[in-house]
Design a binder for this molecule. Structure first.
Ligand code: AMP
Length: 175
């Protein structure tokens, strides 16, 4: 099975010139969903992962399944204002401007081994913000996992330069 074939591409969404890589078709395909989760976790079986951190919102779906597979806890990283308890916040860059995301201060403990999960890495701004949140709480970010990499945008290399190994399954050219 070719995972890339389970991902749908929508041209000019959410705006002209963007090729939106839609993983809802992959999630809806039982074999493709299982394969993606299995392949993402494969290197970390036995790696004693304490928590999986998922980035809102598609990172929650993949991250929950990955946490279950690794017998790890799950911690959400959310857009600002959504988490009910005490949080720390970080600004991160989007294509135009900045936004902020948050994690509960007790979401991860100092020294915990954490895997970060999202559906796709493009410029790496989102993942970089998430790594900062986890690092600021004293967690060890063991790896960052994404189903899709857009390598021309350099995000995976940006995260590797932070000292975090990156695992991706499908590459698409362009952005
Ligand atoms: P970035 O911060 O540039 O790495 O962007 C990554 C975030 O934006 C992820 O949460 C993705 O879900 C979303 N994203 C960016 N580009 C695309 C794209 N071409 N198709 C689908 N999602 C995208």
């Amino acid at each position: 099975m070719i995972l890339a074939d389970a991902i749908r591409t929508i041209p000019d969404y959410p705006k002209k010139g963007i090729l939106f890589r839609d993983i809802t078709t992959l999630l809806g395909d039982a074999r493709a969903f299982r394969r993606a989760v299995d392949e993402l976790v494969h290197p970390f079986a036995g790696a004693k992962i304490d928590k999986v951190a998922g980035i809102e919102a598609r990172g929650f779906i993949l991250g929950g399944a990955i946490a279950h597979q690794l017998s790890a806890g799950f911690v959400p990283i959310r857009k600002k204002g959504k988490l009910p308890h005490a949080t720390i916040r970080v600004a991160y860059s989007l294509e135009y401007g900045v936004d902020e995301m948050e994690i509960h201060t007790d979401g991860v403990l100092r020294g915990e081994r954490v895997i970060l999960v999202d559906d796709l890495i493009a410029t790496g701004g989102t993942a970089e913000g998430a790594v900062k949140l986890l690092s600021n709480l004293g967690a060890e970010v063991v790896a960052a996992c994404f189903v899709i990499d857009l390598p021309e945008l350099g995000g995976a290399d940006k995260i590797r330069r932070l000292g975090v190994p990156v695992r991706t399954l499908v590459e698409f050219a362009g952005h």
